[in-house]
Design a protein around this ligand. Sequence first.
Ligand SMILES: *[C@@H]1O[C@H](CO)[C@@H](O)[C@H](O)[C@H]1NC(C)=O
Ligand SMILES: *[C@@H]1O[C@H](CO)[C@@H](O)[C@H](O)[C@H]1NC(C)=O
Ligand SMILES: *[C@@H]1O[C@H](CO)[C@@H](O)[C@H](O)[C@H]1NC(C)=O
Ligand SMILES: *[C@@H]1O[C@H](CO)[C@@H](O)[C@H](O)[C@H]1NC(C)=O
Ligand SMILES: *[C@@H]1O[C@H](CO)[C@@H](O)[C@H](O)[C@H]1NC(C)=O
Length: 418
Amino acid sequence: MLENGFADREPSQVMVEDGKVPESKRSCFSRRHCLFFVLVLTAVLFFYCTDIKEMTTDWNQTKWWIPFKDHRQNLGSLNNDPLSSELTGFQTQSGSTVLLQTENITATNMTNRTATNTKASVVTQQLAKTIPPSPVPYKSPGLYLVEYPYKYGFIINEPKTCEQQKPFLVLMVPVALHNRAHRDIIRSTWGGESLVLGKVVKLFFLLGLQTGEGVQQLQDQLLQESREHHDLLQSDFLDCYKNLTIKTMVMLEWLDSHCSITSYAMKIDSDMFLNVPRLVHMLSSAPKTNYMTGLVARGAAVLRGPRSKWFVPVELYSSSVYPRYALGLGYVLSIDLPKKLILASRHVKAIYIEDVYLGLCMQYLGIPPTEPPNWGYFQVFPVRYSRCAYSRLIATTTHDDTNRVRDWKDFKKPGPYC
Ligand SMILES: *[C@@H]1O[C@H](CO)[C@@H](O)[C@H](O)[C@H]1NC(C)=O
Ligand SMILES: *[C@@H]1O[C@H](CO)[C@@H](O)[C@H](O)[C@H]1NC(C)=O
Ligand SMILES: *[C@@H]1O[C@H](CO)[C@@H](O)[C@H](O)[C@H]1NC(C)=O
Ligand SMILES: *[C@@H]1O[C@H](CO)[C@@H](O)[C@H](O)[C@H]1NC(C)=O
Ligand SMILES: *[C@@H]1O[C@H](CO)[C@@H](O)[C@H](O)[C@H]1NC(C)=O
């Protein structure tokens, strides 16, 4: 969760609790004394046509115009703030308008689809022992619908890369289609690390589809980029914030079908710094199964203000807190988990907040996220670059104005870090 905004804190004091944190545009506003403040901005949805209940049942070819407006927002809180703390922060992106169209979910029988896979059947049998056998039929949550489970296909794929290169770790980076600059920066910094401590590391970018003007041109550029780098995975869902859960689930499906040879996968946002050697080092002594780690949020409040960026109506999720989940800025999975999470997703109603959704699926599986061995490893508030500080962490958000390439070059220079 977390898209825009967030707060700052001392690098060494990160523990996310009781709150949501912004996931992409992050910027810092102060230093110490800030531990208890999370500022988050967000876009607001004004839903014209209807109330939520109505939408919940309105499940045919109805279109809604949803204007997003600039806006500040309650992010819940980190640390020990009361769940209700309304934090107003800074402004975010400019308003934009999105046409949301719902369509019938034509019954791609996902249970059936995965069940035909023999390996999946084995897992299903194993899971059947621990999971109550009462599948909740998928029901559209209306406006907050996530069109998943659904069988999405790949337009650009790298089906054989893992098989051929046998990575120990794959880095999966969701990124907007047009954001070639971000991809190039990642390729020339931490994403370019292909052999770390003797282990093969592979990088992939996850993309959806775009609509509107210039689509064909953009697609041609993507194909060219794919021929150059062989690291793009493009699926046929519409790429937008509300579809991030789809992106994550498609990622898990891809890992399960095309990269089960790896030992671990990490989903990491494109604006992060990643210390790959420290990550590989941590993983070399990590559990091999049922392992998900990152910055683990506990007792995060469900935001009920309809204007909240992460508003979730009671109809969608009734409890007032989320289960423990690893923040979406960067989490690591052992490779047995994608299959299990996909199976769990057939029983857990999809919500659009992707990291929370994985938390719900983990809860369903009865597998709690694992705390990292060092609680400073994953940082949600940007740590200012220094060789010493960055050598001690695994992943941190960065400021927008960070010169990542310069910092990376400095970080890779030989010599002591501290
Ligand atoms: C589909 O939507 C239209 C307009 O919102 C509504 O009048 C109609 O009853 C709906 N049909 C079904 C089957 O829900
Ligand atoms: C959508 O569902 C309705 C009712 O279930 C059905 O009559 C209609 O043909 C469906 N439309 C499409 C495009 O599948
Ligand atoms: C999906 O497949 C499962 C097992 O094959 C079956 O029990 C279920 O009824 C199917 N659901 C639909 C909607 O076809
Ligand atoms: C899956 O569905 C297809 C057609 O819908 C059916 O022929 C097949 O038997 C199903 N497989 C399983 C394992 O249920
Ligand atoms: C999410 O993706 C689906 C599948 O492409 C699409 O039908 C839907 O409109 C998308 N959602 C939004 C909010 O754009």
